[in-house]
Design a protein around this ligand. Sequence first.
Ligand code: HEM
Length: 307
Amino acid sequence: MNNLEINKTKYKTILINLGNHSVIAIIALIGIGSATRVMEAGLACPDWPLCYGSFLPASHFNLRVFLEWFHRLDAFLLGILILTEFALSLVWRKNLPSSLPKKYSLLLFLVILQGSLGALTVINMLDSFTVMGHLLIAFLLLITSIFINQNLINKYSKFSNKWWRLLLSIPLFLTLVQSIIGVRLSSTWSAHLCLTFNEKCMILDSHKLFAIPLTFSILTVILVSFFRENLFINNWRYLLTIFLLLISQISLGVLSIKTNLNQPLIIIGHEIVAALLIATLTTLITRISYTNLENSSTKNNLLIGVN
Ligand code: HEM
């Protein structure tokens, strides 16, 4: 291997590692965001971007202020991480795929948009549509990060099995729609209203109903893979993961209703599992699923785009 090749591999590895950290940070951020909402801490810091006019409002700390402050701090650190990835892709552009800076600039745009929506949620006093937009952008950030990372990990960028990726896009799309309905449900307090006063039940009913086509689409993907032995053998860990996540998600949804939405950990878990489902489906779509390329490094890939 000559010097140029060594540098290429080194730079790629650094960016893949940073990318893995971004993916984990985004999932953590979604979890912390959910905890902030469940604990009704979304307006615990009255100003933005500082909290009580300070970067570290230690004298105002209680659980709610801490959650909202930590959510912002984590988002800030994620922004720095993505900015670093973008800057490095520019500095090392001669040794990396030429499209990389463009891809990172999209990620940077999404993170700036997300920060602005975060500010809007405070200004608009947690308006439901702003909260929905905020979660949608969080999921788009997650999808884009995994997509960029998998493109770096995959040695061969030509994918032959387009139909498989298309088939996987259906549950991914349905999970996104289901999650948006879920946030509408929580941000309008409709689930509480329905369970307590039997009012505004339409959104909760739609959410329950929409789980059926989503379940069906995931089961179809798994079933189809059984008939293509190579597909199943190369992806069984991911397929098993989406199956288990789906079962957990439905169980958490049912449990949250059974406990009258009184258990914060169940609601937070429900949102984290939604994020994990989106992350695993995206990884399945973007990784090389048929490895007749025997020497491909993807054989040893771990879950969620982590090499
Ligand atoms: C199968 C796929 C599902 C996905 C991807 C999904 C996703 C979500 C998401 C992202 C939220 C918003 C959470 C938040 O803002 O904290 C939510 C809320 C909710 N989901 Fe689901 N969900 C699914 C299935 C179900 C099922 C089957 C049920 C019940 C039978 C259910 C019951 C609920 C309830 C009650 C809420 C509102 C929680 C609140 O008001 O705090 N979900 N869902």
